[in-house]
Design a protein around this ligand. Sequence first.
Ligand code: NAD
Length: 295
Amino acid sequence: MTAKIINGIEVSAAIRADLRERVTAMADRGVVPGLAVIKVGVDPASAVYVRNKVRACGEVGIQSSQYDFEANVSQQTVLDLIGDLNERPNIHGILVQLPLPPHFAIADILQTISVDKDVDGFHLYNVGGLVAGGTVFPPCTPYGVVKILEHEGIEIEGKNVVVVGASNIVGKPMALMLMQRDATVCICHAKTRDLAQFTILADILVVAVGKPNLILPEMVKTGAVVIDVGINRLPDGKLVGDTDFEGLRHKVSHITPVPGGVGPMTVTMLLANTVASAERRLQTQSERLLTSVAS
Ligand code: NAD
């Protein structure tokens, strides 16, 4: 079997084209979606991520505003800015680039972002909504994985899904989102004994760990769908995922490459959440107007 290599750049481009149309439709009604991006310190990786997000906003017509702070800024200063951005009607999404310097209590920062501007989906309300239903913003990376599966026409309902990696930003929300779509989900992590006995059962295997070559061909069922979220830089500078891509591509039905698989989707889903936020606000305003006219 030769796998279909899922092109995340192509899937991303299709979603961004749709977003551009929705942004244009809103512009006709006088609204431009706005995203505020807050960065603290000089972490080089964070600088690249923020630059990519700001550029992507420009591509689809989202107005981004960037707030850069020195690493020694007080937490209160950042909390005050978030409080201010929460109130601004031209801001529909607020993103704080992680990681933050050690003197920050990340939970306090994330819980201060208004639930209806939490486009990263990290506020406890949005996380809780993944369990109970009613999340306002699905977190971007797992949301991107779901969109890839949908775009490829891969059925989720009733499938055995194994998620390797149980972080708050990828593994756990991923598992919840797939469970919500009626998959039978198993989550593996660093303490899982004999990883292969679980991965071999997967119809859909999502791997988000950060270890090159963790998943080898003998650990995967023939014809499985493999989504590799991992990003690892090898000593020679090459970027790879968590799976043995060359080995697996002759055994599975679909696989995402690294780079060019899940990565581009994460930023795209941030854009999607921001556009959805602006649309929701517009809808609420229209409903209020109708109610006031009617009464
Ligand atoms: P994390 O370090 O927060 O979590 C890693 C998870 O892997 C933990 O749950 C840990 O228990 C588990 N784990 C560690 N060793 C394991 C092993 N041997 N077997 C099974 N599980 C093991 O990482 P994260 O933030 O979730 O990111 C995971 C990977 O995904 C990283 O490579 C990261 O760079 C990448 N990532 C990619 C994107 C993207 O847009 N493509 C977005 C976020 C993260």
